[in-house]
Write a protein of this length. Structure first.
Length: 172
């Protein structure tokens, strides 16, 4: 069964909050992530890493942590010495061998530093929830194989994120 012919695609999103400093309504953000993913599938399926593959389930993980953890991950896996607000491991998009097991695609993992989310929300004058939803939508774009190495790519990614979040609801 292909994604384009089914409305019963299953989405599995697994979350874990490993910080005691921030309480997250994980169900709320799982629901937001599902809506954002469905929006992206309706808008950019043919441009994504999923196009042309037979599957009926998509899964990925979201890990909530603090910036000391993203700093550690950046140093260990990316040879970068700074804390990131988000790190995405796009397992399916970045793999030469597109592994699909029993119709399920595991896209990878999104890691978000909640203290950086708080700081960025304060800096932008927006809410913590909106900034977190924005980063989740950004991570999903990366999981689908989109990057932003050029200004044109960056504008495409951020523009689509904004459009996706408008579709979720006005202000989170």
């Amino acid at each position: 069964m292909t994604l384009m012919t089914t409305k019963k695609m299953k989405i599995n999103i697994f979350t874990e909050n490993i910080t005691d400093d921030f309480e997250i309504n994980e169900k709320k953000f799982i629901d937001i992530a599902k809506k954002v993913l469905k929006f992206y599938m309706s808008e950019i399926l043919e441009q994504s890493c999923l196009f042309g593959h037979d599957f009926n389930t998509i899964s990925f993980d979201i890990l909530y942590c603090k910036s000391d953890k993203t700093h550690e991950i950046n140093r260990e896996y990316r040879n970068k010495d700074y804390p990131a607000d988000i790190i995405t491991f796009a397992i399916f998009a970045d793999s030469e061998d597109k592994f699909i097991f029993d119709g399920e695609i595991n896209l990878g993992e999104i890691i978000i530093a909640l203290d950086k989310v708080r700081d960025e929300a304060e800096k932008k004058g927006t809410t913590f929830d909106y900034e977190l939803a924005f980063l989740i939508s950004h991570g999903i774009m990366h999981l689908l194989g989109f990057d932003h190495q050029t200004d044109e790519d960056y504008n495409f990614v951020v523009g689509l994120q904004n459009k996706a979040l408008e579709g979720v609801y006005d202000k989170i």
